[in-house]
Design a protein around this ligand. Structure first.
Ligand SMILES: [Zn+2]
Length: 207
């Protein structure tokens, strides 16, 4: 009986040890990567760059990062990029709060920093995956953030990755059963569009 409970406690200890290790392993090497501490905390954003009483820090949530499709390496490198470009200084944060263009600028700068870092460390698979994921978000902009396509093109340029953006570029015309017409605003290929005809609006697919 005594031996059995001892074994149980031992197994329990092993379980907790391995859980803690896997969380540490997920971010291992990142403190050295850009010299910024990576701290595991609950963070609905996945990861964010901040400052605590000691100094610059990246708050990362292993459970969020563990089951999302974006590259973890790129995500952390992007947060490093915010620190390296001075976005987490009082001035950088003031810009972001008060200037409508600052969010887009800062996001693209951080993406560029991350792409260069991943290229240097030869994380080509993660670079490629990140470019593909952002490109497939197309022209859609969320708030002041740059569109996925713009982020993908920035990452490809800064990481010196040859990537075929043709399928992800904005559509040039609307194809309908009654023939094509020109598009006057930028929309993604495959989305719904219409041509104005004497019979009214004819719906089609942007190509
Ligand atoms: Zn960011």
């Amino acid at each position: 009986m005594k031996a059995r409970s001892f074994i149980f406690i031992f197994l329990l200890a092993c379980f907790f040890a391995s859980t803690a290790n896997s969380q540490v392993a997920m971010f291992s090497g990142w403190d050295q990567f850009c010299g910024i501490r990576v701290i595991s905390v609950s963070n609905p954003q996945g990861a964010s760059a901040s400052i605590d009483q000691i100094g610059p820090v990246i708050y990362a949530d292993p459970s969020v990062l563990g089951n999302w499709s974006m590259s973890r390496v790129f995500t952390l490198a992007h947060e490093c990029g915010h620190h390296m470009n001075g976005h987490v200084t009082p001035q950088g944060m003031w810009f972001r709060k008060t200037q409508f263009w600052a969010t887009r600028d800062q996001e693209l700068q951080s993406d560029c920093w991350a792409a260069r870092a991943l290229s240097r460390s030869k994380n080509y698979a993660d670079l490629d995956r990140t470019i593909r994921q952002f490109a497939s978000q197309g022209l859609y902009m969320q708030g002041n953030y740059p569109s996925g396509l713009e982020r993908a093109q920035t990452i490809a340029r800064c990481g010196k990755v040859n990537f075929d953006f043709t399928p992800f570029l904005p559509a040039t015309f609307c194809a309908t059963n009654y023939g094509p017409c020109q598009l006057f605003n930028q929309i993604s290929k495959g989305s719904q569009c219409f041509c104005q005809t004497p019979q009214g609006q004819i719906w089609g697919i942007a190509r």
